[in-house]
Ligand binder design. Structure first.
Ligand code: FMN
Length: 373
């Protein structure tokens, strides 16, 4: 049963499973039930994990200035990203290997995103193919996460596939010239089990031997990529391009100059350069620099509705969540991911109401205590 809150379908009293009531409950479940190496792969940060942990702690340092007596009997969580309406400003960040958490992995994720009407950014490193993902949730709103490979034709072929499948944008991840050093994966000698594959590359690398890096041959990614490759991608497709992994105003300015339509402020969940700043701390200077020319989104450490509220108050159009989605999958596949999305959206609605905001356009910087401005 849903309580209608501005278009978002929230868990109501009739919903079956209310035993997990916040995202950290899903985390605890996943930690207890996933095989150790899988749990550690999802949880990993780079090196000492300072940045991974700071993504969460940075939110706790931000304080809110709520307004009272503003008639919040009706609250509307809907917004748009690149012109498409979503039920709440919460999306699914690209994460790899969902079939490690649930048998039909990304297909369940896609169904959940479609049911809740949020954007699912599907990872190149999915264990279901883009065709399977679209087949599972034909009406879902999807963006595709892309890397640029040494073999540009490989990237180009992926672009053509997702264009034909109706993906609405490309999310170009720019923070992985090399994979960060995740100690637990090194210690566990983490590998995809033989029954799972990076399905988008099925048939492509099968005759290749040699070192393997998270399911594809090492050295497939091109560390020489630069802004001219963003230009190359721009020339290749009419789809909007969103760059993911920007942390500074300088790069945000370059992104705008290179004709992108959006920026995801991201540090890859703290899995790349340990010691780089928390994404919520990076957001403001990027929003100020971009000054409305392109949409700005943020991911990293978003675990509660008030985190979403803070991110929007600091200028994000939408947030994306990574690990909580795989925790939801580990709990109960599609139903678990729906639970994660609905709980976060419902907490966000409550935070909006408690701060005196009736719709997302009323969420402004004025909500943030001045020491953080
Ligand atoms: C297990 C895992 C796999 C990931 N795989 C990808 C990926 O394939 N492509 C990508 O651009 N980002 C990937 N990311 C980064 C996420 O898109 C996102 O930036 C990050 O998870 C957000 O932080 P959060 O997990 O704290 O919400 C991955 C993150 C995790 C935790």
């Amino acid at each position: 049963m849903c309580q209608l809150v501005g278009g978002a379908c929230m868990p109501g009293p009739g919903d079956a499973d209310m035993s997990l009531i916040c995202l950290s409950d899903f985390e605890a479940y996943a930690k207890e039930h996933l095989p150790k190496a899988t749990w550690e792969y999802y949880a990993a940060g780079a090196d000492d994990c300072y940045t991974r942990d700071d993504n969460l702690q940075a939110f706790t340092r931000i304080r809110l200035r709520p307004r009272m007596l503003r008639d919040v009997s009706m609250t509307d969580t809907r917004t748009t990203i690149l012109g498409t309406e979503i039920s709440a400003p919460i999306g699914i960040a690209p994460t790899a290997f969902h079939c490690l958490a649930w048998p039909d992995g990304e297909m369940s994720t896609a169904r959940a995103a479609e049911a809740v009407n949020v954007c699912y950014v599907s990872s190149t490193y999915s264990t279901c193919s883009v065709e399977e993902i679209v087949g599972a949730a034909p009406d879902g709103f999807r963006w595709f996460q892309l890397y640029i490979y040494r073999d540009r034709k490989l990237s180009e072929r992926l672009v053509r596939r997702v264009e034909a499948l109706g993906y609405k944008a490309l999310v170009l991840t720019v923070d992985v010239p090399y994979t960060g050093k995740r100690r637990s994966d090194v210690r566990n000698n983490f590998r995809l089990p033989p029954h799972l594959k990076v399905k988008n590359f099925e048939g492509i690398f099968e005759d290749q031997c040699g070192p393997d890096n998270y399911g594809v041959p090492a050295n497939t990614l091109d560390p020489s990529i630069s802004w001219k490759d963003v230009h190359w991608l721009r020339s290749l497709t009419r789809l909007p391009i969103i760059v993911k992994g920007i942390l500074t105003k300088e790069d945000a300015e370059l992104a705008v100059e290179h004709g992108v339509q959006g920026i995801i402020v991201s540090n890859h969940g703290g899995r790349q350069l340990d010691g780089e700043l928390a994404t919520i701390d990076a957001l403001s200077e990027i929003v100020e620099t971009v000054h409305g020319r392109v949409e700005v989104y943020v991911d990293g450490g978003i675990r509660t509705g008030s985190d979403v509220l803070k991110a929007l108050a600091l200028g994000a159009k939408c947030v994306f969540i990574g690990r909580p989605v795989v925790w939801g999958l580990a709990y109960k596949g599609e139903e678990g991911v729906r639970g994660v999305l609905q709980i976060l959206a419902e907490e966000f609605r409550l935070s909006m109401a408690l701060s005196g905001c009736r719709n997302v356009s009323e969420i402004t910087r004025n909500l943030i205590h001045s020491s953080k401005l």
